[in-house]
Write a protein that binds this ligand. Sequence first.
Ligand code: ZN
Length: 133
Amino acid sequence: MPRWKYLSYRGDPNIKGLEEWFIDLSDKVRGIAGVPLIVTSGLRKSTSKIGVKNSAHEKGVAIDARSTSSFTHYRFVLALIRNGIKRIGIYVKPFPCQHCKKLITEVKLRPSHIHFDKSKDHPQEVLWVGVSK
Ligand SMILES: [Zn+2]
């Protein structure tokens, strides 16, 4: 019997290298969220050029999951808080306005992904908003 109900090393290669207890927790989050947990980034080497230095990703206790609507953002935040996760980042991505063609510099923001982690070395009970690159 597989260890996780939703996540697997085969189906979700980006979970490789994460702490198993953190995958256990993420699988529970997925169940409560009721929306697909598509892991876009998990473990990162300290030499990675992606993200910030000394992030929870380097310790194998962080996931970036695709979340491209305000509905999935809500479902993830609900499930993360219910599972005791106290570090959540909501990410949006700029895209050109379809209607304001005159204003080339104007951008709108759309949901992109959600970050969550269980780092003990970073501030707790934080929810931040960031811009995806
Ligand atoms: Zn992240």
